[in-house]
Design a protein around this ligand. Structure first.
Ligand SMILES: NC(=O)c1ccc[n+]([C@@H]2O[C@H](COP(=O)([O-])OP(=O)(O)OC[C@H]3O[C@@H](n4cnc5c(N)ncnc54)[C@H](O)[C@@H]3O)[C@@H](O)[C@H]2O)c1
Length: 385
């Protein structure tokens, strides 16, 4: 690989233009990365790109962009259904892929994407899981991997501060529809938390859920309460919505060794001085409980090292670029891991639609046939006009 990674962006909508701004205005934070091409099927978006981006080639067909010799890597910024198709075409054209979330709408398309990636071990495949750069989640992962939290007992995430008013759903035709985006809060807003939930606790083996639409004229869900079980018998709850005002963002992970809580920009780890099962086996005191030590962490030192650890999307692009250029051996968000959070997402949808407990590995064919039913119902009787 040369000293510079030349990027192309497919999809110059909200997110694609945001990344182009990062390359143009904050390029000093991602040395070795250059935006050289942009592609959009929409003429007015291409015209906007021509106006804003000097020295960047504009395409209407992403395959032409892939074969132009102008790019080494592509950022995929189209609606969700197309992510896997575009990624597969990129791999076939010898282009490295950094795909935005979600990895896809249903798991079988993502399995195909991952299989194509396997055929091209020389090409780097990453996912835009920008929340993995948040020092609080990084610290939670470190505590878990150090063994200090011990065996997992419970994980609860209430993430109801994804507030989206009617005006949000009105802005683009594909939003809020099964045909356009393949889901609501689970597939659009929550891929970050579903990724982190499974990154920290692993993939559950069983899921039950209530999935509904409240207070918005959309076809897809905007209110979810899911309950899950892990292989070791630990349990999890995942609650999300886009209509709670005010909302909550609280993650709580309990293990034999104590409890991690992330809320309000800080992580608190309450560490048991003796693991709970051991305490229980030896304690003779009526109503006794393990002694604890409390550690608080805000990640300020991490944030202060801005050039080393730029936040969020810039952090992922920097890490992807550095990894491609051999400047780091740590890769934050491998593309194939997109399948894990999506599997959990599909299982929650399926459990909500059928009202039944869903096992993982998932019945992919059943998920796809239920999704097709949703699309048909929406075509015949759309809620979102
Ligand atoms: N990581 C994050 O924090 C984050 C935040 C917002 C959105 N996203 C993701 O970014 C993606 C795009 O979302 P958005 O809000 O920018 O949508 P958008 O509708 O604003 O833009 C999508 C663009 O893709 C173009 N497009 C569609 N099919 C195409 C194709 N085959 N070839 C070229 N262009 C094509 C459309 O014309 C449009 O301009 C979604 O997957 C979304 O989930 C990620």
């Amino acid at each position: 690989m040369a000293k510079i990674v030349r990027y192309g962006i497919v999809g110059f909508g909200k997110q694609g233009s945001f990344y182009s701004m990062i390359f143009q205005k904050l390029g000093f934070l991602i040395k070795g990365a250059k935006l050289t091409a942009v592609c959009d099927v929409n003429e007015s978006r291409r015209n906007r790109a021509k106006e804003k981006l000097k020295g960047v080639e504009i395409f209407s067909d992403y395959k032409e962009m892939f074969n132009s010799g102008l790019i080494d890597a592509v950022l995929i910024e189209t609606p969700h259904y197309e992510h896997s198709t575009i990624a597969i075409d990129a791999f076939k054209a010898g282009i490295n892929v950094l795909c935005d979330k979600p990895a896809g709408v249903y798991t079988s398309q993502v399995v195909k994407m991952n299989e194509e990636s396997d055929k091209h071990p020389d090409l780097l495949f990453g996912m835009m899981f920008n929340q993995r750069t948040n020092p609080l989640y990084i610290r939670a992962k470190e505590i878990i991997e150090s063994g200090k939290l011990g065996e997992l007992k419970r994980i609860v995430w209430i993430i109801t501060n994804w507030y989206r008013p009617k005006a949000y759903y009105d802005q683009g035709g594909w939003r809020g529809t099964w045909k356009g985006e393949g889901g609501g809060v689970l597939i659009n807003q929550c891929p970050h938390q579903l990724d982190l939930f499974t990154w920290l606790a692993g993939l559950p083996v069983e899921v039950e859920a209530i999935v509904s639409t409240k207070g918005r004229e959309i076809d897809v869900e905007n209110d979810v309460t899911a309950m899950c079980t892990f292989e070791n018998g630990a349990t999890g709850v995942f609650i999300t919505s886009t209509h709670d005002a005010p909302g909550t963002n609280r993650l709580e992970i309990t293990g034999d060794g104590g409890k991690i809580v992330i809320e309000g920009g800080k992580l608190v780890f309450t560490e048991n001085q003796i693991f709970e099962p051991e305490f229980n086996a030896t304690n003779k005191v009526f109503m006794g409980k393990p002694k604890t030590k409390v550690y608080k962490y805000r990640g300020i030192g991490h944030y202060l090292r801005m050039f080393k650890n730029p936040p969020q999307h810039i952090g992922i692009i920097k890490n992807y670029t550095d990894y491609l250029l051999g400047k780091t051996d740590k890769f934050i968000a491998p593309g194939k891991e997109g399948l894990i959070g999506l599997t959990f997402s599909n299982a929650i949808h399926l459990a909500g639609w059928t009202g039944k407990k869903v096992s993982i590995p998932l019945d992919e064919a059943l998920f796809e046939s239920e999704l097709k039913k949703k699309i048909k119902e929406e075509e015949e009787n759309p809620v979102k006009k």
